[in-house]
Design a protein around this ligand. Structure first.
Ligand code: NAD
Length: 459
């Protein structure tokens, strides 16, 4: 960002894609008001009517899939296959929401003594979303579709790197029949964002991003007593227990770390392997990671594209270097390649321990942290020894044992047993501790920004 402009830059070519003017305060206010005006009509439309528009958005996303995927890859360096999958996921979210919305948000009759009663899920007004660049479509779709289904207006402040994707999405929504202005895109500074949070017509704030930014945004919303949902970062742990299928564990943990260039909140990041399997895991993991070549993300078959910005790449490299200085063992990668584009090689750190960034913090890129545990109990302890708690995984042939660990001991919002996954439209998504609070997806996500209102009628 410069003084009054946002520039999007292709991470592969380092060339400017587009320059956008930052909005004036008057334009921001007008966008908020337009969304609110449109909301006043939208909230009166039936759940079924709104669901029809949401379903049409899903169809339109499928129609525009290739153009949208190409734009996302240009803006953030995602592999083109991952971009196409992302649009499919967004369309699936629309399908789910159109089907489940009218059921989940319908009035709920309650039995009470001496009266009749029901609970409504009324829209609250304009919901403001602040989103990151790593899934330019999905991040914006997952909160906005739920809120639109609920009858709210929605604002989007997207990450600067994917400004074009935010605008593209708005055009998709409107061409599918969403009332003009109901979904407003803001191109604003962080100071202006603070003003939007305070705006009298903004009723809720949802943010996905780093815990540092989350703290600031939640504090601003707290000052004016507005509800927030925070979807923040993590250093998700994947446990490889004594009785794990090692081949499956290695293969899945490699894929779970490298997915989306390693720039995903729920990427598998820390691999906690018991003594029994440790050496074999490190060897096999390193062999597979070493074979992952960097390349042009627009070409099918490329396994690892560039990171989104030079700053993100340099930050990751610094974290890797500092971890090595503090005792981590660099097994694979770890050198910034001498070529155009913000590439970082697939990197493996072993013997990772507390006090190192690779253990304590989030590495947002293709660098894996492997940690040695004495036994299964020790592995579970290490997994929870984190300020984060978004997702995690367990590899064990004893599924009942893994289910118990997941349900009772894993202190995160999501756990994947013998697999890696990202998001499923009907399963709640979100974290605990510094990974935030609130949920997206599923019935839980549909009800984050509604007024759950009790109405009691005297007999
Ligand atoms: P970031 O926090 O720097 O930025 C995310 C968004 O917040 C951007 O739009 C940015 O402009 C905005 N922002 C930052 N500071 C702000 C402020 N003071 N006021 C208003 N807006 C502000 O995060 P990032 O580095 O771009 O994204 C990566 C982070 O996001 C990682 O930590 C990742 O784990 C996390 N993430 C979490 C989830 C999840 O669902 N939990 C999903 C994707 C990414």
């Amino acid at each position: 960002m410069t003084d009054k402009r946002i520039m999007t830059v292709n991470p592969l070519t380092e060339k400017v894609i587009e320059t956008y003017a930052i909005m004036s305060d008057q334009e921001v206010d007008a966008t908020v008001r337009k969304s609110h005006d449109a909301f006043l009509d939208w909230r009166l439309r039936s759940l079924e009517d709104r669901a029809r528009v949401i379903a049409a958005i899903g169809d339109k996303l499928r129609e525009k899939k290739e153009d949208f995927a190409q734009l996302m890859t240009q803006e953030v360096g995602k592999l083109i296959g991952d971009s196409r999958d992302e649009i499919d996921l967004c369309a699936a979210i629309c399908d789910y929401t159109a089907k489940a919305g009218p059921v989940e948000l319908a009035d709920d009759q309650r039995e009470v003594d001496g009266a009749t009663a029901f609970v409504t899920h009324s829209p609250i007004g304009v919901v403001y979303g602040i989103q990151p660049w790593n899934f330019p479509a999905y991040q914006a779709v997952r909160y906005s579709i739920a809120s639109l289904m609920a009858g709210n207006g929605v604002l989007l402040k997207h990450a600067e790197s994917c400004t074009g994707s935010g605008i593209f999405l708005r055009d998709v929504y409107e061409s599918a029949g969403l009332p003009q202005g109901l979904f407003g895109v803001l191109r604003i500074t962080h100071d202006q964002s603070d003003e939007v949070i305070q705006h009298e017509l903004v009723r809720g704030v949802t943010m996905t991003g780093s815990d540092k930014a989350g703290r600031h945004i939640a504090a601003k919303a707290g000052e004016v007593v507005k509800k927030t949902v925070l979807e923040l970062g993590s250093n998700d742990a994947y446990l490889v227990l004594d009785d794990a299928d090692l081949e499956l564990a290695v293969k899945t943990c490699v894929a779970g770390r490298i997915y989306n260039n390693g720039e995903t909140c729920v990427n598998a990041k820390r691999f906690i392997v018991t003594e029994k399997n440790y050496d074999a895991f490190v060897k096999a993991y390193a062999e597979q990671f070493e074979a992952i070549a960097i390349g042009d993300p627009t070409e099918d078959g490329t396994k690892l594209g560039p990171l989104v910005t030079r700053e993100q790449r340099d930050k990751l490299h610094k974290q890797v270097q500092e971890s090595v200085e503090k005792g981590a063992k660099l097994v694979v990668g770890g050198q910034v390649p001498d070529r155009k584009g913000w590439f970082y090689p697939a990197t493996v750190l072993a013997d990772v321990a507390p006090g190192q960034a690779a253990y304590d913090d989030e590495l947002f890129g293709p660098a894996a942290s492997i940690i040695r545990a004495k036994d299964d109990d020790d592995a579970m302890r290490i997994a929870n020894d984190s300020r984060y708690g978004l997702g995690g995984g367990i590899f064990s042939k004893d599924v009942e044992k893994a289910k118990k660990l997941a349900a009772t001991f894993f202190d995160t919002g999501m756990v994947f047993i013998n697999s890696f996954d990202v998001a499923t439209p009907n399963l709640p998504f979100g974290g605990v501790k510094n990974s935030g609070y609130g949920r997206e997806h599923g019935p839980e996500g549909l009800k984050e920004f509604v007024n759950i209102k009790s109405i009691k009628i005297a007999a």
